[in-house]
Design a protein around this ligand. Structure first.
Ligand code: CTP
Ligand code: MG
Length: 243
């Protein structure tokens, strides 16, 4: 592989964003006037290693997303494809994998909902795949202690604690997650369980997954407060850039 390897990114952006509340699909919501998806695409295209970005759009919104990408300045060296997504994140990622051309051997999967990930994190993930890991996830230590519970029968009811995993051994996992292409395709063909990230499918194949350092700015925009945090991060970047 090394410098010969070609890298593509699949960006699942087909979710509604139910937890963010009413409004446009989450990926199309604006951060400082620019759709979250455009921030996420720029974050991926900022890596010189990335030659193709595949955006998986809301099923009814593929044409709108195509227009958005055409309207925003994006690096010349990067190609873009837009495909409609599916009912689940997994189906959306699979739709993106299905259109990858030959010659791509490293695939990153990156949530549109993590628009502010720094390029050094992206490059760190790619580097670890190039170094031979079949699956790589960026992650951070946890601030909160985590309890495993017996989920309540009804919302709001008290829940019994089952266990307290040792916090120092836990990591909060982010994206982009990076993969050897053939491994990720096989994982998506083999694993049918509902999962919340792609690396866990590779774990289910019995293959090693490694963690590299994530970044606090790679947080996922999930709830309304996250929009405020994202805009504050953008404001700080502008101030530091001297605007
Ligand atoms: N996603 C997708 N297709 C789906 C569901 C989710 O492409 N059917 C994408 C989202 O657009 C997002 C990423 O997967 O970029 C992570 O999902 P999440 O943060 O949960 O986003 P949503 O599913 O949109 O949000 P919510 O769960 O609050 O509805
Ligand atoms: Mg979701």
């Amino acid at each position: 592989m090394s410098s010969e390897s070609r890298t593509a990114v699949v960006i699942p952006a087909a979710g509604r964003g139910v937890r963010l509340g009413p409004g446009a699909p989450k990926a199309l919501r604006a951060l400082n006037g620019t759709p979250m998806l455009i921030h996420a695409v720029r974050a991926m295209a900022a890596s010189r290693a990335v030659s193709l970005v595949v955006v998986v759009a809301p099923p009814e919104g593929a044409a709108e997303v195509k227009t958005l990408l055409d309207d925003h300045a994006l690096p010349e060296r990067t190609d873009f494809l837009v495909v409609p997504g599916g009912e689940s994140r997994q189906e959306s990622v699979r739709a993106g994998l299905d259109v990858l051309p030959p010659g791509i051997d490293i695939v990153l999967v990156h949530d549109a909902a993590r628009p502010l990930v720094p390029v050094d994190t992206v490059d760190g993930v790619i580097e670890a795949v190039r170094d031979g890991a079949p699956a790589v996830v960026p992650a951070l230590p946890l601030a909160d202690t985590v309890k495993q519970v017996e989920p309540a029968a009804a919302p709001g009811e008290a829940e019994a604690v089952v266990a307290t995993p040792e916090r120092a051994r836990l990591r909060a996992v982010q994206t982009p997650q990076g993969f050897d292409r053939a491994t990720l395709v096989r994982a998506h063909e083999t694993v049918t369980d509902n999962v919340t990230d792609d690396a866990s499918m590779v774990e289910q194949l019995g293959l090693p997954v490694v963690v590299v350092p994530g970044h606090e700015e790679a947080f996922k925009v999930t709830r309304p407060l996250d929009l405020l945090l994202a805009e504050a991060v953008l404001a700080r970047r502008r101030a530091n850039d001297g605007f």
